[in-house]
Design a protein. Structure first.
Length: 384
């Protein structure tokens, strides 16, 4: 079996595999939309070919994310699929390794993916990045409309440029920096939904929500807001539909802690891992990462899948900037690449990783190292 980079000529064959693997029956319109996305400049398609027949495939997306206020190139893994006769033969393993090598060459220091199985991708170095929470509000739990709304709520097309302005102004750690192609994809995804825009009393766009309702049930597709006043305005808008609804579901990133702001914090909430992340190149990633305190550390990273990370690194932090080089000095800290990915991205508070024995070594060195890390959960509103 050989790995091949696919082009437009291979779309039909690759799309047929996706439909088979994900049990999809797309319409003609959906097929043509997928064909357009296939050719986007930020997508590279790899396949494992068996006697010139496509056996397994994935897509590597060249994207960028916010890393504690900095823009960092990220490789997104999507559309991973194999025919059943090709499964459990190491095909996806080969494609993932090839993708990591490609990401390293491109300077994409981090990778995201949406897992069908967390345990499967953990084997290859990915770890949980963030959670998604779906709140289900019964009729008596719907938000109460405000007596007075400061600002205005307007239903607009998702293509309205103010929607982009809100998203850009609300960029937080972990979020995708959407380019024009990505906005085109989002507009296609949301064309069957309503969009409401909130502007404050000065006319500044501060929030938007993508939603639909049918048969007395409300579903939120996307909810972006700049501050708590903007969130209150969106919840007010939901509450204004109280005579039309028996139930509302609001799905948001776990970092939002939305239950704290709902009228009834005991609202039913379902939490699940949403995306996973992986450090592609530990040395390059750490040198882009902001730190809160100075320090000198030797860190042993265990990474059996991307062997360029599988070594001891000397990490020197000065004035928030880091230098990281391989060393033969004895390590003071030990962690796997999975733990490093989750820890540096902030999925849990730094002390969690110590208490869970995921970071081991000299206790004083561990405590000092954890104090250098920002304490901010990642947020992600996109899917691929």
């Amino acid at each position: 079996m050989v790995i091949q980079t696919l082009d437009a000529r291979h779309f039909d064959e690759a799309f047929a595999l996706s439909c088979y693997a994900f049990q999809a029956k797309p319409t003609s319109e959906q097929t043509e939309t997928a064909r357009t996305h296939w050719s986007h400049h930020n997508a590279t398609h790899f396949a494992l070919m068996d006697d010139n027949q496509l056996a397994s495939k994935l897509t590597l997306l060249s994207l960028s994310i916010q890393l504690f206020g900095r823009t960092v190139p990220m490789g997104g893994i999507a559309s991973v699929a194999s025919y059943p006769e090709a499964r459990r033969q190491g095909g996806v393993r080969k494609l993932l390794h090839h993708s990591l090598e490609t990401m390293k060459e491109k300077g994409q220091v981090l990778s995201y993916l949406a897992p069908f199985s967390v345990s499967f991708y953990r084997k290859f170095g990915w770890e949980i990045l963030c959670d998604e929470v779906t709140y289900t509000l019964e009729k008596n739990q719907l938000p109460r409309p405000l007596a007075t709304l400061e600002g205005t709520l307007t239903r607009v097309p998702y293509q309205d440029n103010r929607i982009k302005d809100v998203y850009t102004n609300c960029l937080r750690h972990g979020m995708l920096e959407r380019d024009d192609e990505w906005w085109g994809r989002k507009q296609e995804e949301n064309k069957e939904y309503h969009t409401v825009l909130y502007e404050d009393a000065e006319g500044t766009p501060k929030a938007y929500m993508v939603y639909r309702f049918s048969e007395s049930k409300w579903t939120t597709q996307e909810m972006i807001y700049y501050d708590q006043s903007a969130l209150k305005a969106l919840l007010h808008f939901v509450g204004q539909h109280d005579s039309m609804l028996d139930e509302a579901t609001i799905t948001v990133p776990g970092s939002s802690a939305l239950h704290y702001y709902l009228p009834d914090p005991l609202t039913k909430a379902t939490t699940k891992p949403y995306f996973m992340a992986r450090i592609v190149d530990f040395q390059a990633f750490v040198e882009t990462h902001p730190f809160l305190a100075d320090g000198q550390f030797t860190i042993r990273i265990q990474d059996d899948f991307a062997t360029w990370n599988n070594t001891i690194f000397a990490l020197s932090i000065k004035d928030g900037h880091a230098q990281c080089v391989p060393t033969t000095d004895p390590p003071s800290l030990f962690m796997t690449i999975q733990t490093a990915s989750s820890l540096f991205m902030g999925y849990k508070r730094p002390t969690f990783y110590k208490h869970a024995d995921l970071v081991t070594g000299n206790e004083e060195a561990i405590d000092q190292f954890l104090r250098t890390l920002p304490d901010q959960e990642p947020t992600l509103h996109d899917f691929f």
